[in-house]
Design a protein around this ligand. Sequence first.
Ligand SMILES: [Ca+2]
Length: 313
Amino acid sequence: MPARKIIIDTDPGQDDAVAILLALASPDEIEVLGITAVAGNVPLELTAKNARIVCELAGHTQTPVYAGCDRPLERPLITAEHVHGKTGLDGPVLPDPQMPLSEGHAVDFIIDTLRAHEPGSVTLCPLGPLTNIATAFRKAPDIVDRVQEIVLMGGAYFEVGNITPTAEFNIYVDPEAADIVFKSGRPIVVMSLDVTHKALVTKTRNDAFRRIGNKAGVAVAEMTDFFERFDKNKYGSEGAPLHDPCVTAYLIKPELFTGRLVNVEVETQSKLTLGMTVADWWGVTDRKPNALFIGEIDAGGFFDLLTDRLARL
Ligand SMILES: [Ca+2]
């Protein structure tokens, strides 16, 4: 099998960082065509910087990083410094990036890349609010059918919400963009909170990252040390969920995950439930299935994969 060509659309974020490191450490399975930054966990200036910090941490300074949309389609930006810290990558002390941002807008990179490659050969991997992807789809509708698959982190059904009682952060920040993506008609795989809340970094798992001993392993352990303070307080769980790496792990080992092909629609109107991903898990409507909604993970296999690949960096 040739490596899958992907674009990572991201708002780093410690868990975004781990997702990117996993992809860059796995060239046999994944070819990262480029990384596009979007405003989300922290403002665009920081996500565009953090994406480059992560590339340099992986020793992949040739991976192009583009800055994209600095705010949601129709709403003011909501950020999550309360989870990720002021920089978005709080925890390890990492040097400012030396590699420059690539010239041009992330949305144009997405459009040009999809047009330049064979139809059905490029997968989009959104790890943040869906603003860049939706903007590209609106600006160049011809690219939509060229997308192989969209594997994204966002939404929830049984776990309901993390930024409001009913909404997951990425979808809530830009529900109109999410609505466009979920209605795109392309195959979508959804790494929802239902699955990511089962990917918990226990102390044993974090110690395994630290024991790798290379720069990436130690940095990931320190990132997790930072954000698990927040998650442990909030959920009282044994460790913090590692959301975004579920996306890149799925591309390497899909057999670690199980879900259902269901209809998913995004609430864009209600003040009470804005950004809710309404998943027809029990098939009680006649709405057409549009997404493989993932609910289960082999967490042991997932952390073994992560530890094994981070050691290659
Ligand atoms: Ca993210």
